[in-house]
Design a protein around this ligand. Structure first.
Ligand SMILES: NCc1[nH]cc(CCC(=O)O)c1CC(=O)O
Length: 315
């Protein structure tokens, strides 16, 4: 090894958001690094950071605008050396990295499906006409209204715990959460059912954790390469190329899921109007080494099929 491992005096500083889910993901990363390098916990410092997206809780995310609402502060602290690595939900990550930072380490992907969470209904099909769904996700709203235009959708922001509280207060009849988040929080029983990807295609990169580092930090590069999961990286290469070609951020009604099948990769992508009135979907297969080209190709096919005004709402 040409780099010095962290010590209790010079710990590896791990940046994360402060929600229980974000902390669980940071602890999972720490545990994997401890195991890979036989290091004690004292060699790591988990540093929770409050981001702009966390500070503003009273407005829908889409009104706040700008990419990287949940990452800007963390990335600034990485660039000035306050943090060494940062643990992110890849679903929330913009497709472009700030200058000087690299995001090429992924942990093994969790369940990609959305969870159906309700105090009354057992699954989507059980919802009666006109019942109220709480979600702040444009994608989930659009996918739901596409299938069930009779349902009402109300804005539902906040972390997993906040949303469950709102549900128990009767603000909505049901909500959706990522199964991955519930599993990582050790509360899978909160899901009344998991929704099959055929019924609700997940967000690009849902269920994947990514770990960011400084481009020039050889210690972080070497350590992260030990815990990187190659299949997850291949799937995200296809999904994120798809997203990049559509110029989407985490809050646009875009869905995408890649699966590995032998030495091939399969990708399905979807774009929707925010009101659910229209949905375009396409899928294809390629050799794993062409994962990113496949993502690009599926996006281009959708762009050529969608009417000219399809993306106008973004302006
Ligand atoms: N946008 C918030 C967000 N970002 C990642 C997850 C869940 C974990 C994951 O998908 O990896 C969640 C919460 C949710 O959608 O329920």
């Amino acid at each position: 090894m040409t780099f010095a491992l962290p010590t209790p005096a010079e710990p590896l500083k791990i940046g994360t958001r402060g929600s229980p889910l974000a902390l669980a993901q940071a602890y999972e990363t720490r545990a994997r690094l401890m195991a890979a390098f036989e290091l004690p916990e004292a060699c790591f410092d988990v540093v929770p950071v409050v981001t702009t997206g966390d500070k503003i809780q009273d407005r829908p995310l889409k009104e706040l605008g700008g990419k990287g609402l949940f990452t800007r502060e963390i990335e600034e602290m990485m660039l000035d050396g306050t943090l060494d690595i940062a643990v992110h939900s890849m679903k929330d990550m913009p497709v472009e990295q700030p200058e000087g930072l690299v995001l090429d380490c992924y942990l093994p992907r969790e369940d990609v499906r959305d969870a159906f969470v309700s105090t009354s209904a057992g699954s989507l099909a059980d919802l009666a006409q006109g019942q109220v769904v709480g979600t702040s996700s444009l994608r989930r709203r659009a996918q739901l209204l596409f299938r069930r235009p009779d349902l009402q959708v109300v804005e539902f922001r906040g972390n997993v715990q906040t949303r469950l509280r709102k549900l128990s207060e009767g603000v909505a009849d049901c909500t959706f959460l990522a199964m991955a988040g519930l599993n990582r929080l050790g509360m899978p029983e909160v899901a009344k059912s998991a929704i099959a990807p055929e019924e609700m295609l997940p967000a690009v990169a849902q269920g994947a954790i990514g770990i960011e580092r400084r481009e020039t930090d050889q210690r972080a590069e070497a350590m992260l390469s030990e815990i990187h999961d190659v299949p997850t990286g291949q799937r995200l290469a296809a999904e994120r190329a798809f997203l990049a070609a559509l110029d989407g951020s985490c809050e646009t009604p875009i869905a995408g899921l890649a699966l590995l099948e032998g030495d091939e990769i399969w990708l399905r992508g979807e774009i929707l109007r925010p009101d659910g009135s229209e949905c375009f979907a396409d899928e294809g297969r390629a050799s794993i080494s062409d994962a990113a080209a496949l993502g690009d190709e599926i996006a281009r096919r959708l762009l050529s099929r969608a009417p000219k005004d399809f993306f106008d709402w973004r302006e």
